[in-house]
Design a protein around this ligand. Structure first.
Ligand code: ZN
Length: 479
């Protein structure tokens, strides 16, 4: 058996993985082509408001499927923020609401008051929940809502920041809360954590007047450009609606607005992250054409394939991206799709290294992804992780994008690196030095939970495997 050292491993840091597209614009005149510019729009073409709905907790099958159906009937989408899930829930519930255009979000594994549990438990509650939902539903989870809306602590003023740090390290990028400034509350940049202005209309007895009043308040805030989260309103509800018919009739009063984007939370978060993180660079002009290089985040990093809306400068008449003709409207706005080859993983698995075992005996595959075995091992004495991955199929796998997620004790947080390929039968052992640590004792309670996310391609398309391991936190690292 060949065992390769990680010579081909290149650590990339925490930035978004991006890919490049070439955009060619045609103008009425050569002068307009010379002055050409392109800007990203805050919402899809023609839209002024993004509207999503939030549904918390893992509802029983019939309830969740009925909710998704009512939303779809009136042209709305929702995001279901889930707790404990299993493969049957994935099959019977998650797949069914995904088919209606809804998405899955994280809501912690066991619904604790986050400010009341230790920092390592917070991280595991958030990350293990995300991994479980992704692997049971074969869908990307990029959004989150707080259990009990709880994030502050009278005895720990740093707790909101610590929660925000856990969320971002776990691979979550936003989600609706009752306050529109959740990024600030969590100590993150509004370009990094994407929220919503969320409101409720009485979970047990939905009220039309509350719906109308909150929408009026939200539209006013959007018109005044006063929301940190951007133009995103979310109707938040629980699973207590006894009468979905009444709920449907209420939301039906605001259906079919041509300038509303009826989206789910994952779509809005992915859209806004793209808007902030897409680099548009003019490469030059020739005659009446101008060429731009567009470096945009990979869809698998964003958790959704939603396209980006752009506006071209005066005189633009046509747009082509990588050979594909795009349609400009009267305002010179157009939609830039992701490259067809950039797909989201639709098979997601997870393997936990039960005893934090070492060696090739610890390698395991998820039944969804039999080609790739993995084992993550934590070595606190060396202050390192060891990830083993093995291709047990007859075809080459790759490229492999690895993302390590570390508990709050370690300053690095998220570490990314890529491998070009893994040949049939090949095994790689990748050591990761965990690096500098926080010395504060509150990071040393309970259990450290680590994860390595591997996004890769095979003959069937894009896939994702999470490898996890945990170890008691009482061993203090020697420095
Ligand atoms: Zn809840």
């Amino acid at each position: 058996m060949t065992t390769l050292a990680a010579a081909c491993w290149t650590a990339k840091g925490e930035g978004w993985r991006t890919y490049e597209q070439t955009l060619t614009l045609t103008f009425e005149s050569e002068a307009q082509a010379r002055d050409a510019a392109v800007t990203a729009l805050p919402l899809p073409v023609g839209k002024k408001v993004a509207f999503s709905t939030r549904w918390d907790d893992s509802s029983p099958e019939a309830v969740a499927v009925a909710k998704a159906a009512v939303l779809a009937e009136y042209g709305y989408k929702g995001t279901f923020f889930l707790n404990k899930v299993d493969p049957a829930y994935g099959e019977n519930v998650i797949r069914k609401f995904l088919a209606k255009g809804c998405s899955a979000g994280a809501h912690t594994a066991t619904h604790p008051f986050l400010p009341r549990i230790d920092h390592n438990a917070m991280f595991q509650e958030v990350l293990a929940n995300r991994i479980a939902i992704e692997s049971c539903g074969d869908t990307c989870v990029s959004t989150f809502t707080l259990p009990y809306r709880a994030f502050t602590s009278e005895t720990d003023p740093d707790r909101p920041r610590a929660i925000g740090e856990c969320l971002v390290r776990a691979g979550l990028n936003g989600g609706p809360e009752h306050f529109a400034d959740s990024a600030t509350k969590f100590g993150r940049s509004p370009r990094e954590w994407i929220g919503a202005l969320e409101f409720s209309i009485d979970d047990r007895n939905p009220q039309l007047d509350k719906f109308e009043a909150n929408i009026a308040r939200g539209l006013k805030a959007i018109a005044g450009n006063s929301l940190e989260c951007g133009p995103h309103l979310a109707l938040g509800t629980h699973n207590w609606q006894p009468d979905l018919k009444a709920f449907g009739e209420i939301i039906g009063t605001q259906a079919n607005h041509p300038d509303w984007w009826y989206c789910n939370a994952n779509e809005y978060v992915a859209y806004r992250l793209q808007m902030f993180n897409t680099a548009i660079v003019k490469k030059g002009s020739s005659g009446k054409t101008a060429i731009f290089a567009i470096a945009r985040p990979e869809p698998f990093e964003l958790g959704d394939c939603v396209p980006l809306a752009l506006r071209a400068s005066a005189g633009a008449r046509g747009a082509v991206v990588d050979g594909q003709t795009l349609t400009l409207d009267a305002a010179r706005d157009f939609t830039l799709p992701h490259a067809a080859a950039r797909q989201l993983p639709d098979r997601i698995g997870a393997v936990h290294n039960e005893d934090n075992a070492e060696g090739e005996g610890a390698l395991k595959a998820d039944s969804t992804l039999p080609a790739l075995q993995a084992a993550l091992h934590v070595d606190l004495a060396r202050n390192a992780l060891d990830l083993q991955i093995k291709n047990v199929s007859q075809e080459s796998l790759g490229p492999l994008h690895l993302t390590f997620r570390l508990p709050l004790k370690w300053k690095r947080g998220v570490v990314k690196g890529d491998l070009a390929s893994l040949k049939p039968g090949e095994i790689r052992k990748i050591p990761l030095a965990l690096g500098d640590v926080e010395t504060d004792a509150r990071y040393e309670a309970g259990t450290y939970y680590f994860a390595a996310q591997c996004d890769y391609g095979d003959a069937a398309g894009a896939a994702r495997l999470h490898a996890t391991a945990s170890v008691a936190a009482q061993v203090r690292t020697i420095e």
